[in-house]
Each structure stands twice: as structure tokens, then as C-alpha cells.
Design a protein. Structure first.
Length: 603
């Protein structure tokens, strides 16, 4: 995993830095007047104008750290929007001499805009569909520069916006001190990052007309953690009316109860091991203000709310990572999308979705990839042997595929099938679903890359954007048949853009594409996105629900008792969502002899 994430990080830094060295020049036709002042962008090629690093909120630093975003300040003269914004403050995905090191900047609330080439007068009249991209990265990593969605603007004639939001502990933090020192109801939230997204969507409503966009036709779309946030935004009352369609690519409906996010481990209602109170304990120990957790807890409890907030807001941003719990080489653990009762309801998202008055009911696409979990399994030393640091061999192909099927189908359960069913039971219409099945990587050096990687997590981003960090991984998205790859890529681009235009992905007569039918409880059809070798584009009905996955687990003859119990815990308690954990079911599997705390989370 370290090798994988290091490639991703270096790819991001290299791509971003290289583009800045190319020094784009201001383009006269890219002069636009915003609410905060005039901006000028540049010609990015392929008939596209771009504006990079547009502020949609004030820098959330000093007294504005852990506060709702404030409106961006106006400027005089013409602002040049030519350089990518800095990544939001985050931890390096690997430790340096055992220490967690931060990079990026707290001053990061910026967005980028791409549009078909138009002059100012043409832009005022255009009213093109708007697509707003929310990047992934476990809500602790990444940035808007990790992928460039300008291809939608170039090939489909839509306006594209990519936004940034505060990450990890700076974007989500829950503690009684926040509520006790709040000066407004919104100050009491735990979900500052979701409010960053709301602020960016408000900016779109106020300013996108200057770029040729239609503020009445905005689609939000995101992948991985960005899709988690899209699904959360469906339940955010402050976001209502700011967008009109949504696409969640490899999303998840997991949210964290506030008590779990903030309580001590030994409270009557215990918090997570990485809860925010426990985080403060570790920070106090790292600062030398306490010798151990017990003493840190005493120190923390003795601090007034104002003192604690002064302590947290006064720390240099880099030192904030001294208290985090590392997540291997994928950022760190911290509660995100917290049920604070202010930005997110106190109920689970599935409960919210079942109430048509409780969520933002908009046309929706939900999807996942057939082999999501091979992104992680392909870097597991337990499952894969790496030779000379380059060539990988699957140790036990049957076990490898079985593990991938369980965890990849779990992703479909929590990101597609179960939320689709909950939304449809509330009368939401339409909902469209997909599964990406493409696995046409070639054989290289005796390695079957189609089996090693397949349709793994993040690969659809390469099909949609034509580039990005995932495409830098050797073999991960390398097509065996370029024509098949290109055909699927253009089809996906057209489906996504059609949905942004009309609320229907389209297809059918005259389009050259199969019609993408809506998903309903009575007829749960999904679009299978595949290359020619795998059967091409087609509607299928092979959905996986939580009950199906549990039935498979119960009846799987390849699993020993302990392995069955461990898988149940990993799939329904420790993985992406605990919505479907059931202690009685666990006991009925014969698992009383296997305490769940003895199991680690999934890879």
C-alpha cells in the first residue's frame, strides 16, 4: 500500500507543479465579473477556458479554524486565476522517521472552473449545464488538482467546477467545547467540510452565470469519499436548492453518531478509539502537558471550553497531526460526516432517505465498480507477492477473488442497492444505478493484470476524465484494447453529461447507446458498463443487498468458522458501514467464541 499511495502522491505533486511551470498567460476572452471582483482565466487548449484558484470563502485560519466558512472578501482590479490552489492541509500518506508530517495549506477554500470557449457576452446568454466535482481521498487526502474534469467541457459542452474542502480533523471535529463557545447555532456543527461544499455551491449559484452556466441546472458528482459526501449532502438542509441532480461513484451511506465521534473510550456511551476527545488526549501527551492518557484526560476535563478552543486554534497546523491515529498508509482515522443534528440529522442516512420530507429529492445516479477492493488487495503482502519491487503474483487466486467479491459486493450494498431501495421506498424518482465491469488489462511479464486489478476502486475516474492519479499506476488502467477502452470512455462521458443536461442518462434510438433504464423496487435494473470483450453496455438485474451478502457468507463452504466470523465483522461492523451489523446474527453463525474486538478491520 505504501508504494501505491506514494505513487499517487508524487503523481499529484508532479502534475500540479509541472502545470504551474508552464505559466499560462491571461486570455482576454476569459475576463469575467464576479460578485467579489473581476477575474481573468486562460486558454487551456481543446477550445476550453479555465479559471484556477477562485476563492469561494475566506481562509479558515486563526479564529476561523473550526468555524463555518465565511464569504470570500472582494478585491480591487483584475485577479489572475492561472494557478492551481494549494491542497488543503493533510498528512503525508507515509510517516517520516516515525512521525506524521503535514503538507498543504489551511488557506485552501478555492475552486476551479472550466468552460467551452466563449466571450463575456456569449457567456451571459449560454446557460449551459453545470457539473460540480467533489474529490475523493478518505476525506483526509487529495485535492481538486488530483484529476482534471475539463474533458466534460471539451467534449460535452458543459461547465465544470471542481472544489476543495477542509480535510480530516480540520474539516470535521466534534467536541462539547465547540457548542459551549458557539456564537450561533451553525457554529455548533461538527461538519465544517460539508459546509465548505455548501459555500462552494452557493458561490456557483451567485457566479456561474458569468461563465455561461445555468444556476438552475447544477449536478454534484464525486468519487469515493467525494461520493460519501454527495450522499451526505442529500441530507444536509443547508444544501437544499443549491443543486438539482447528483452522482455518487463508489459512495457509502456511513455517518457517525455524535457520541461515537466525540466521547472518551471509557464513557458510559463510549466513543471511537480515534474520537475527538481521545485525539485531544494524544495531542496533550505529544505536547508534554500530560504523561499518559489518564493524565491527559484529567488535564482536558480541567480546561474550560474557552481554554480548550484557544489551545486548539492556537496550535500551528502541522502540529495538529501529532494527535492522529494513522490509517496505515492511507491518511489517518478521524470521524467524518457526523450526525450533529445541525448539518446532518441525528438519524442514519437510510432512515433519512426513507422519509421524503427529510432529504433533498433530486434525480440520482448511484454506482460502484465490480472489483472495488482489488485496489487494496493488490497491495496486500498476505495475498500478493511482489518481485523485484515491480512484478506482482497472486499467491492464492481463488482466495484473492473470493475476498474481492465479498468486499466489492459490500461496497455495492452500502453505496448502491440499499440506498436506492430506501430512496425508492420514499417515492424518490428517478434513481439510476450502474456497475463498472471493465477488466481488459493485458498480460505483462507473466502477470494477468485483469485479474490482479480488474474493475478496481477509482478506475472509472480514468474513463471519465481521461487522466488522473490512478492512471499513473503501472498496469492498473492499461487497456488491452485501446478501441474498446475509448468506446466505453466516450459512452460514460455521454451518459454523465446527458444526465447533467436532462436528469436522464439517455441512450436509446438515435444515440448509438443502450437506453439506461431507471432503478425501481419492482424492477431493480442497473447499467453494466463494460468493454466489448466483457459484453459491452447492457442493462442487468443482478443486484446485491445486505441479506444476499449475509446468505452467501452463511453458506460458503470455503470458509472455516473463524474466517466466517472475521468476515462478518469486517463486512458489517468494521468496513465502510455498520448499518447492517446484527449481534444475534453473529451469534447464530457460531461466533460467540470469536470476540469481534480480536479482529482487525479490513485491509
Amino acid at each position: 500500500m505504501k508504494r501505491l499511495i506514494l505513487v499517487l502522491l508524487l503523481g499529484a505533486i508532479t502534475a500540479s507543479g509541472y502545470r504551474m511551470l508552464s505559466a499560462p498567460q491571461p486570455e482576454g476572452s476569459a475576463l469575467r465579473a464576479l460578485d467579489t471582483g473581476q477575474v481573468v482565466g486562460f486558454d487551456s487548449g481543446r477550445g476550453i477556458l479555465a479559471w484556477l484558484g477562485l476563492p469561494f470563502a475566506r481562509p479558515p485560519v486563526g479564529e476561523l479554524r473550526w468555524r463555518p466558512p465565511q464569504p470570500a472578501q472582494p478585491w480591487n482590479g483584475v485577479r489572475e486565476a492561472l494557478e492551481r490552489p494549494p491542497y488543503c492541509k493533510q498528512a503525508l500518506p507515509f510517516s517520516v522517521f516515525g512521525a506524521t508530517v503535514g503538507f498543504g495549506d489551511e488557506d485552501c477554500l478555492y475552486l476551479n472552473v472550466w468552460s467551452p470557449r466563449m466571450d463575456t457576452e456569449q457567456a451571459r446568454k449560454a446557460r449551459l449545464p453545470v457539473m460540480v466535482w467533489i474529490h475523493g481521498g478518505a476525506n483526509t487526502l487529495g485535492g481538486s488538482s488530483a484529476a482534471e474534469p475539463s474533458r466534460f467541457a471539451a467534449e460535452e459542452g458543459v461547465i465544470v467546477v471542481s472544489l476543495q474542502y477542509r480535510l480530516g480533523i480540520l474539516g470535521w471535529f466534534s467536541h462539547p467545547a465547540f457548542r459551549e463557545t458557539a456564537t450561533s447555532e451553525l457554529d455548533k456543527t461538527s461538519n465544517f467540510a460539508l459546509l465548505d461544499m455548501v459555500a462552494a455551491l452557493q458561490w456557483v449559484q451567485e457566479n456561474i452565470g458569468a461563465f455561461g452556466g445555468d444556476a438552475g441546472n447544477v449536478t454534484i458528482f464525486g468519487q469515493s469519499a467525494g461520493a460519501f459526501d454527495v450522499l451526505a449532502l442529500l441530507a444536509v438542509p443547508q444544501a437544499r436548492g443549491l443543486y438539482h441532480k447528483a452522482i455518487a461513484q463508489s459512495g457509502n451511506i456511513s455517518t457517525v453518531p455524535q457520541a461515537r465521534a466525540e466521547n472518551y473510550l471509557d464513557d458510559a456511551e463510549p466513543g471511537l478509539a480515534f474520537s475527538n476527545r481521545e485525539y485531544v488526549n494524544r495531542l496533550l501527551v505529544a505536547d508534554g502537558r500530560a504523561a499518559d492518557r489518564s493524565e491527559a484526560k484529567t488535564v482536558q476535563d480541567a480546561m474550560s471550553s474557552a481554554q480548550l478552543m484557544d489551545y486548539l486554534r492556537g496550535k500551528p497546523a502541522g502540529e495538529l497531526f501529532d494527535g492522529v491515529v494513522r490509517r496505515g498508509n492511507l491518511g489517518y482515522f478521524t470521524p467524518t460526516n457526523i450526525r450533529d443534528g445541525i448539518v446532518l440529522p441525528e438519524k442514519s442516512l437510510l432512515e433519512v432517505y426513507r422519509n421524503p420530507q427529510a432529504h433533498n429529492s433530486v434525480p440520482l445516479i448511484l454506482g460502484s465498480n465490480r472489483d472495488e477492493y482489488k485496489f487494496w488487495l493488490s497491495n496486500s503482502d498476505d495475498l500478493v507477492e511482489t518481485r523485484f519491487g515491480l512484478w506482482k503474483t497472486i499467491r492464492d487466486p481463488e482466495r484473492y477473488d473470493r475476498m474481492s467479491a465479498y468486499f466489492s459486493d459490500q461496497w455495492q450494498v452500502v453505496g448502491v442497492s440499499e440506498p436506492a431501495r430506501a430512496l425508492q421506498s420514499a417515492g424518490q424518482y428517478p434513481v439510476y444505478t450502474y456497475r463498472l465491469d471493465w477488466a481488459e488489462q493485458p498480460q505483462r511479464f507473466g502477470v494477468d493484470e485483469s485479474r490482479l486489478y480488474g474493475a478496481a476502486h477509482g478506475i472509472e475516474v480514468v474513463f471519465l476524465f481521461g487522466a488522473g492519479l490512478v492512471s499513473s499506476l503501472p498496469g492498473y488502467a492499461r487497456p488491452g484494447d485501446q478501441q474498446s477502452w475509448d468506446s466505453l470512455s466516450h459512452a460514460m462521458l455521454r451518459y454523465w453529461a446527458n444526465f447533467a443536461r436532462t436528469g436522464e442518462p439517455g441512450g436509446g434510438k438515435g444515440s448509438g447507446l443502450p437506453r439506461w433504464q431507471p432503478w425501481t423496487v419492482e424492477r431493480p435494473m442497473k447499467m453494466t458498463l463494460d468493454g466489448a470483450a466483457g459484453g459491452g453496455l447492457r442493462m442487468t438485474s443482478d443486484n446485491v443487498f445486505a441479506t444476499d451478502l449475509k446468505q452467501r457468507l452463511r453458506n460458503d463452504p470455503a470458509l472455516a468458522a473463524g474466517e466466517r466470523c472475521e468476515l462478518y465483522a469486517q463486512l458489517f461492523l468494521y468496513a465502510l458501514s455498520s448499518e447492517f451489523w446484527d449481534e444475534d446474527e453473529y451469534a447464530a453463525l457460531g461466533c460467540n467464541a470469536y470476540p469481534v474486538e480480536d479482529f482487525d478491520g479490513p485491509i
